[in-house]
Design a protein around this ligand. Sequence first.
Ligand code: SAM
Length: 291
Amino acid sequence: VTEETQTLQNPAIRSAYERELNLHWTEKTNDPINLLLGEEDGLYHHHYAVGDFDRTILNADEGVREKKILAEMHRMETEQVALITDPLLGHLHASSRVMDAGSGRGGTSFMVHDAYGSSVDGINFTQHHIDFSERLAEKRGCADSVRFHNSNMVATEFPDAHFDAVVTNETTMYVDPLEAFREFARVLRPGGRYVGVTWCWNDTTSPRRTEDITAIDKHYVCHINARSRYFAGLERFGLVPTEVTDLTEEAIPYWELRTASELRTGVEPYFLDGYRSGALQYLVIVADRTA
Ligand SMILES: C[S@@+](CC[C@H](N)C(=O)[O-])C[C@H]1O[C@@H](n2cnc3c(N)ncnc32)[C@H](O)[C@@H]1O
């Protein structure tokens, strides 16, 4: 079965845009920047990071420099997941249920489960990501509590009020926040918590999409949403923000480090320019569903 057939036959795909995006992910079966980093500890991330890095590694000997850069990127990507797990402290326990919308290769789902013992349902419409995450869940001995589903994150089959928390780790640039938050509010129980980490276009300072934003959209087949669209969606569906953190400055060093790696993909200058100019922002949004 070709990648194209897989995409065409996938019942979770609803539009021409989703077909294009799904094909993009379906073809990326062995991208070294994602696979090499996770080999050591079995945590595979498809997101970036915040905070500074150990700058001495840039002067390391040629023979070890790249290895050190990759280890540092992986450390940062793993620590990034605290942006999701920390706001759930006190909200989750072992019998809680969490939906991880756009679960990639499962890194965030596993770390939420490891932190609180909660069961996690990872939602993804890329079948090889699901197969990969399911194999990892078996290996990690948590396949009973961390499950992965081929489904569209804005139209899942879960009953109303099923989850105590919904998380999105750098996935809402593939969906319309209005559609996504309608679904997240539906599956969250009253008082349940949404935590989302995302990059977005700062439409308070840039009335139009900038060249950097357009270039990132093209590179990742995404559609970076305006910041105002997030808050319109939260408001519309009764998700009340309790904390919003702008980590744009903190998001810059990761891209400087990635620029120094042999695995850089060419998208790095657009993120750096976007963050430095302020047109692109890196936000953490914590919001609770009204009762
Ligand atoms: C950038 S990755 C993020 C993965 C993960 N959250 C992480 O932090 O490692 C985006 C993921 O979202 C999935 N995805 C994108 N749009 C989706 C949709 N509408 N429904 C389900 N999954 C989707 C892709 O297949 C991919 O696995």
